[in-house]
Design a protein around this ligand. Structure first.
Ligand SMILES: [Cu+2]
Length: 102
């Protein structure tokens, strides 16, 4: 459901995403950078949705999504619990399929 009802918002959200480039910079104190693999993202809104959910996790410094590869690079103060990230990705409407260190 979720993944089909965002089409009308594409232009607006892609604009926001392009502007922010998926990264929050400045004053980074990140200790850990992991790459998560997310299945099912097809457009800028998917990227925005995943970014917003993962950014909402405690300790997350920045989230950068590569739409083409489905790789989500997360900088955080400490290693995130895989299940927490999986839940956030699921909340956005997608599936977490793996994690590796950057
Ligand atoms: Cu989408």
């Amino acid at each position: 459901m979720r993944r089909n009802d965002h089409a009308p918002a594409h232009a607006y959200l892609q604009g926001v995403y392009t502007g922010a480039d998926g990264v929050r910079s400045g004053g980074s104190t990140a200790m850990v950078k992991d790459v998560y693999e997310v299945k099912g993202m097809t457009c800028g809104h998917c990227v925005a949705a995943v970014t917003a959910e993962v950014e909402g996790l405690a300790g997350v410094e920045s989230v950068q999504v590569d739409l083409a590869s489905g790789e989500v690079t997360v900088a955080s103060e400490r290693q995130l619990a895989y299940d927490d990230v999986a839940a956030a990705v699921d909340e956005a409407g997608y599936e977490l399929t793996g994690r590796h260190e950057r």
